[in-house]
Design a protein around this ligand. Sequence first.
Ligand code: FAQ
Length: 319
Amino acid sequence: MSERTTPEGELERQFERTVAAEARIEPRDWMPDGYRRTLIRQIAQHAHSEIIGMQPEGNWITRAPSLRRKAILLAKVQDEAGHGLYLYSATETLGADREELTRNLIEGRQKYSSIFNYPTLTFADVGVIGWLVDGAAICNQVPLCRTSYGPYARAMIRICKEESFHQRQGYELLMTMMRGTEEQRRMVQDATNRWWWPSLMMFGPPDGDSPNTRQSMAWRIKRHTNDELRQKFVDMTVPQAERLGVTLPDPELRWNPERGHYDFGTPDWAEFKRVVSGDGPCNAQRLAHRRKAHEDGAWVREAAAAYAARRSAERKGAA
Ligand code: FAQ
């Protein structure tokens, strides 16, 4: 009997038909092991990024310059915690264990986005993170609303709505600062200079060095390649920078009428590799902070487990 006529072969054909028809794969459906593993890796990395991503801006909550800015920043950082939680739930629908994923993060076995290993030096960084980092996140994540795995696609719809609010709050903060003093304008330019290249790196390595893209595109987990999305982000951001009155720190950046896109310089991929492998400016600090928060929260997890066990014993006793 050939592979294609086995029950497994039929399940695989059904999976391929579902993906090709742009329908969604759901948790109850059969899926190839590699598809499940790729999704757990990507969604877990995404969840970890949201959770670690609370730290750079969280750093400014107690020092926000006004009550209004503080309330906005608190809401944004809380949204990021929520995104992490939806995403961990999506990995659970694939059979992953949340506790184990958290251990993988704090013990350095699983990645999170390189971008969150850079420091936030002034309040302008809060605005630039909203504008550039959330802007890049939206560019990357809007297509993921059409990813082939149902729970991930549905989580992305809500996450993208919230990210779009985050992006606008960042841009509005920067607009306000650009209408302020000379020093405020300098702060915005300095933050833009520091965050521009790391934002371009968020999209991942160039397509030629991206081991996962080809298969993830075939499975319709990813809907565009890393380079396609990076280009889209540059095209979208240049006019915003002009309107804001800041200069993007790339002498090679110019409109190419033949391509109908902006040409731009090459990010420092050696720096990217260093940051991803744990040697960025804040990697050690970010993980130490996350580890401490996990240890400090142990009593909450123990109390919740003890409460759940007691409730379950009471229910059994009542039955
Ligand atoms: N940083 O073969 P590829 C946010 C890894 S959320 C670290 O191209 P893939 C919200 C990659 O995992 C930001 N590692 O991989 C927010 C792979 O690892 P492996 C996070 C990176 O998966 C805003 C290896 O390199 N967003 O910002 C990075 O096909 C503001 C080879 O790469 C998501 O996670 C990187 N930049 O494409 C929160 C979106 N790039 O296999 C707070 C979902 C690549 O060695 C404040 N994820 N790697 O273990 C994706 O779209 C994809 O996973 C990519 C990478 C595009 C990130």
